[in-house]
Ligand binder design. Structure first.
Ligand SMILES: C[C@](O)(CO)[C@H](O)COP(=O)(O)OP(=O)(O)OC[C@H]1O[C@@H](n2ccc(N)nc2=O)[C@H](O)[C@@H]1O
Ligand SMILES: Nc1ncnc2c1ncn2[C@@H]1O[C@H](COP(=O)(O)OP(=O)(O)OP(=O)(O)O)[C@@H](O)[C@H]1O
Length: 282
């Protein structure tokens, strides 16, 4: 029997997101507060001896070779020169292009999962550096701890904000991250602030006004959720969230949303589900 491993790939929220500048290569310098949700995709790995990478459970609109899971697996093969491969099955639960970081999280789970299944013993710092080439949010998922991130998301300060319950609403629209970052009207000069100030006073999402203006589905979701709780955009959207002191209150509001606006309730967590599972295995 070949060794197997099943691991979650959790969602993240950007509790705030400030754009403080733009680099020469066009990428934006951010300050953002990441927290994980206890809500995830699930990845199942079976080791192969022939070096092949096979992903089962394809995503509509993403071909096999551009799937971040396959790209992460190949990156790790090149890095390690391992002779192993893997069959990987993806159970997709996170909405794509929603600002929940699902693609980056799948990539991080693949790097950590195969590192273990292939007995590579590559350290998390190296995996985070490798992962950054796949997506800006991969490093925080590799470390698995809530963090204040700077640069393009690679400079992390681990923090422990409150862990409320969240209602996440999923407008039925695809928001392109590249489109929002190239919008002329986007604010790009928010003064940098200290992590302590963020934890004491919070912050806003600089992308929100741009996304609201361009996507009426997101604007309407914010208006609706704001009737119950202070609502905000995560990442470049289109998902919108509000925080509640307990599960029951989040569920009560969820029940009042129209059927055209799906959503889910999940607890915020400063240690990702993935890392809790990995700890329980070792
Ligand atoms: C906004 C966040 O969701 C915050 O968590 C992430 O930083 C976005 O990360 P991501 O989805 O992995 O984004 P990528 O796929 O790397 O970038 C998509 C496009 O958005 C723009 N982009 C992205 C991140 C960034 N810091 N500055 C940018 O200008 C670039 O034009 C890039 O080509
Ligand atoms: N395994 C994967 N899961 C989701 N998307 C993937 C995957 N592999 C490649 N992609 C591509 O990445 C794009 C972004 O997906 P993702 O779900 O990470 O967006 P997001 O939640 O908006 O991310 P972010 O918060 O980082 O902007 C998808 O539209 C898809 O084309």
């Amino acid at each position: 029997m070949m060794p197997t491993l099943s691991l979650p790939a959790p969602a993240k929220l950007n509790l705030m997101l400030h754009i403080v500048g733009r680099r020469a290569d066009g990428y934006h310098e951010l300050q953002t507060l990441f927290q994980f949700l206890d809500y995830s995709d699930e990845l199942h790995f079976i080791r192969r001896d022939d070096g092949q990478i096979r992903l089962h459970g394809e995503l509509t609109g993403v071909d096999h070779e551009s799937n971040l899971i396959v790209r992460a697996a190949r990156l790790l093969q090149r890095e390690s020169a391992t002779r192993y491969g893997a069959d990987i099955r993806l159970e997709k639960r996170l909405p794509m292009g929603g600002g929940l970081g699902g693609g980056s999280s799948d990539a991080a789970t693949t790097l950590l999962g195969l590192n273990r299944l292939w007995n590579l013993d590559i350290n998390p710092e190296r995996l985070a550096t490798l992962g950054l080439s796949l997506g800006a949010d991969v490093p925080v998922f590799i470390h698995g701890r809530a963090a204040f991130a700077e640069g393009v998301g690679e400079r992390l300060t681990f923090v422990e904000p409150d862990e409320p319950w969240f209602l996440v609403v999923v407008p039925q629209v695809f928001v392109s991250t590249a489109e929002i970052f190239s919008a002329p009207e986007l604010t790009r000069d928010t003064p940098p602030i200290k992590v302590r100030t963020v934890l004491e006073r919070g912050g806003q999402n600089d992308c929100q006004s741009v996304v609201e203006e361009r996507y009426s589905e997101v604007r309407n979701a914010l208006i609706l959720l704001n009737k119950f709780v202070s609502a905000r955009l995560t990442g470049t959207g289109g998902c919108v969230f509000g925080a509640f002191p307990n599960e029951a209150e989040a569920v009560k509001v969820a029940a009042q949303l129209p059927a055209t606006l799906p959503g889910f309730v999940a607890k915020g967590s400063n240690i990702s589900m993935l890392h809790r599972k990995l700890q329980s295995l070792s």
